[in-house]
Write a protein that binds this ligand. Structure first.
Ligand SMILES: [Fe+2]
Ligand SMILES: [Fe+2]
Length: 273
């Protein structure tokens, strides 16, 4: 059995702090073969920097995928190609060819890949159909696609088009976890993993500021919220043929203890040390 955990969009320092606090707790009691995350909002809510990539790697993340904010911080241009970061294949930018990170552990190779949806998304230069067709040629035992998109319908269309080519298709970007994690014809799927970021908030942003923008039409900056962070993630299990057998979603609120929330879950119990 192979186990993989994937954390939803890490938002700002609060999201990073919660992850750094809870991941060691999780690893003390449970074992995972691969630890993945979406990190497109890790640098103060927008983008990522080489320093934060190193910080997340030190915290235990094996590989991270990005999204529409991939290039929001100029420092990202200095990110070394050896770092385990997957940029969306169809988002215009200098690292489009770094769309897949290949990891090997215990003789199992896993590819984490990044692609964006086309609906309500800017700066894509290709449809996900063409991108995913070529990405599916990547050679790995387990292929995990982070599909970074806005609409639930587009995410389900990807599942029903590419379930034979990928081991898992995980939706990210909306920052709100959906309750539909399931295995469909050999492909683990969830419409959105959710976020690791401040809560309560509007998708990680200060809620009062966003309300002023929506209701009073004030020009505001979408400041990252100062609230403590929630943690959203999925855990997937694969059999020895690399076929997913389970996918389970978890959402831990700021005041909740991660070990308490997950202690009676069947999936987690299979991973106890
Ligand atoms: Fe995001
Ligand atoms: Fe996004």
């Amino acid at each position: 059995m192979i186990s993989v955990v994937f954390f939803g969009d890490i938002v700002g320092s609060k999201g990073r702090s919660r992850l750094k606090r809870d991941l060691p707790l999780l690893l003390e009691h449970y074992s995972f073969d691969f630890i993945l995350a979406n990190a497109e909002n890790a640098a103060h809510g927008k983008g990522i920097t080489p320093k934060i990539v190193d910080e997340l790697c030190e915290a235990g993340i094996d590989a991270m995928s990005l999204g529409n904010h991939s290039y929001s911080k100029s420092e990202v241009m200095w990110l070394d190609a050896s770092k385990p970061v997957a940029f969306p294949k169809n988002l215009i930018g200098q690292f489009q060819d770094r769309h897949s990170v290949i990891l090997t552990k215990n003789n199992v190779t896993l590819a984490l890949m990044s692609v964006m949806g086309n609906v309500f998304m800017e700066n894509t230069d290709a449809s996900w159909v063409d991108s995913l067709k070529s990405m599916s040629q990547v050679n790995a035992d387990i292929k995990i696609c982070d599909f970074h998109a806005e609409t639930t319908s587009e995410k389900y269309i990807v599942l029903h088009t590419f379930h034979e080519q990928f081991s898992a298709i995980l939706g990210t970007h909306t920052h709100v976890q959906t309750n539909d994690a399931h295995v469909y014809n050999g492909c683990a799927y969830i419409t959105d993993v959710g976020m690791c970021g401040p809560f309560p908030s509007i998708l990680g942003r200060d809620k009062d500021e966003v309300l002023r923008r929506f209701i009073k039409k004030e020009k505001t900056h979408y400041t990252v919220s100062n609230e403590e962070a929630m943690l959203s993630f999925v855990v997937m299990l694969f059999d020895d043929q690399y076929t997913p057998t389970q996918i389970q979603s978890y959402s831990i609120l700021p005041h909740q203890n991660i070990l308490e929330v997950i202690k009676d879950c069947d999936t987690m119990n299979m991973l106890r040390r």
